[in-house]
Write a protein that binds this ligand. Structure first.
Ligand SMILES: *Cc1c(COP(=O)(O)O)cnc(C)c1O
Length: 462
């Protein structure tokens, strides 16, 4: 499988280069040249198979000439450290409503499902090419901890994660500052998340630094992150509906990576109905579905920080399909977005969007009420992101179609919000119960490109 840029003017690359590159050179995102489909028989054969087996068959058409035995071994290792043997178990909530638990990985958010695999994929490709890279990334919490956990101790990659000093949860911080391996570092920047992102961008634009360090990125626009997430749509749709019966999904959405994976699963032939975009007050996608205009507004801070976004970067991948895969058209729309802070979908594009997706905007008081009520009614504690998903699921459920809400984080990752909603404490799972006692390695640096680049030069494990 080859990969093309959504903006149509970057070279076509193979799977390995799409993995390592992240962003395409024309500023676009890599997407497969066409959507591979599995036959009815191929899909039927996956029913009842373990997560790892389904993962191998879902990934197979996307990975080019990668050695399948090596991929199988990587998948096995990636999910061996999860706290549940099903990897992504389904739990019934009420009649017709299910929860897909994506928080059994080492950092308690769904980012682990892709990142754990990506750690192995990078190592495999870098070993083969005898290369090393330096990964830099900015995080508002969950991506950074998942990346550090996935790359700790790996011989061919250094990882530096920038996070806003004092502005992430204690669990998120400790997950980044307690690993002791020399190749992974978290940097607390004296600034906010946008400052961190701007610094990372500036490092990529500093070509001398970029080439010297061989910078790489694992942020949410990396195609392999989306790809690895397709697997749990496949396993859950097979488990609930089999080959033919369609399942609807409600997905707590920020950068549109997770829900886009559901769209890919649907393109591949899995029985998926509506994909419901669940947003908090930062509702750019919900407004787009309603009005056909994708319009940037300011960001407001909520108790669901992983969904506090101004724009949803992976939405560009969907636009590419809505624009009949015309890169030139996408480039011009993205240009509008940059200069006018908004872009318009044509009537045809808006109709296509609404054929595949639904949406709901959940205000914070409803999120809190959802956490409280679910706990009172069935004794289950939801994290606030998952609660946004469930509230959206209830709003958009169809009587004849099972609905799955993606539970994107474990409640112990956001204990303050849960305590405020219910008064209850949420203990960490047994396997990481000592997180609050481990020693932290905290590095605070000013919001200054030269100082941060100098630190990375010096601290690289090479
Ligand atoms: C990252 C994240 C999201 C948003 O996922 P996207 O792929 O960016 O849409 C939702 N919930 C949690 C807990 C997250 O960490």
């Amino acid at each position: 499988m080859n990969y093309v840029s959504t903006r149509g003017s970057a070279p076509v690359v193979g799977f390995e280069d799409a993995l390592l590159a992240g962003l395409a050179r024309d500023g676009g995102l890599y997407v497969p040249e066409s959507w591979p489909t599995l036959s009815r028989e191929q899909i039927a054969a996956l029913e009842g198979q373990p997560y790892q087996k389904v993962a191998l068959e879902v990934l197979r058409p996307f990975v080019g000439d990668m050695d399948m035995a090596a991929l199988e071994a990587m998948i096995e290792k990636a999910y061996s450290g999860f706290g549940h043997t099903a990897v992504a178990p389904l739990v019934q909530m009420e009649s017709g409503q299910w929860l897909l638990e994506l928080f059994h990985g080492p950092t308690l958010a769904f980012k682990d499902l892709a990142m754990q695999l990506i750690g192995h994929l990078f190592e495999h490709v870098l070993d083969k090419r005898d290369e090393r890279i330096t990964i830099v990334g900015a995080t508002s919490g969950d991506t950074g901890s998942a990346a550090i956990e996935a790359f700790r101790g790996r011989a061919r990659a250094d990882v530096f994660i920038l996070y806003p000093h004092g502005r992430i949860s204690e669990v998120q911080r400790r997950q980044m500052t307690t690993p002791t391996e020399a190749n992974v570092r978290a940097i607390a920047v004296e600034g906010d998340f946008d400052d961190c992102q701007a610094l990372v961008k500036a490092m990529f634009n500093d070509f001398e630094f970029r080439d010297e360090m061989r910078l790489g990125a694992i942020n949410s626009i990396n195609w392999t992150r989306v790809l690895a997430q397709v697997v749990y749509y496949a396993t859950s749709s097979l488990a609930l509906g089999g080959v033919d019966r369609k399942i609807d999904y409600a997905v707590p959405t920020g950068n549109f990576g997770d829900i886009f994976a559901g769209y890919v699963a649907k393109r591949m032939g899995f029985a998926i109905g509506n994909l419901v975009i669940a947003t908090n007050e930062n509702d750019i996608l919900h407004r787009t579905l309603e009005t056909g205009r994708y319009e940037i507004e300011g960001v407001s801070q909520t108790i669901t920080p992983s969904m506090d976004i101004q724009i949803s970067s992976n939405f560009e991948r969907l636009i590419f399909d809505l624009a009949d895969r015309e890169g030139v058209a996408v480039a011009s729309m993205m240009d509008d977005l940059k200069t006018k802070k908004s872009m318009a979908l044509s009537q045809g594009q808006q109709d296509k969007l609404r054929d595949e997706f639904a949406s709901a905007r959940i205000p914070q008081d409803e999120t809190i009420e959802t956490i409280r009520r679910v706990r009172a009614e069935i004794g289950m504690t939801l994290d606030p992101h998952s609660a946004v998903g469930l509230a959206a699921a209830r709003q958009t459920a169809r009587s004849d179609t099972p609905m799955v809400t993606l539970a994107t984080a474990h409640p112990a990752k956001f204990p303050d919000a849960v305590r405020d909603a219910t008064g209850a404490e949420t203990p960490l799972p047994e396997r990481m119960a000592d997180l609050y006692e481990r020693d932290e390695r905290i590095t605070v640096l000013p919001n200054d490109l030269a100082i941060i680049e100098a630190y990375i030069r010096k601290e690289r494990a090479v």
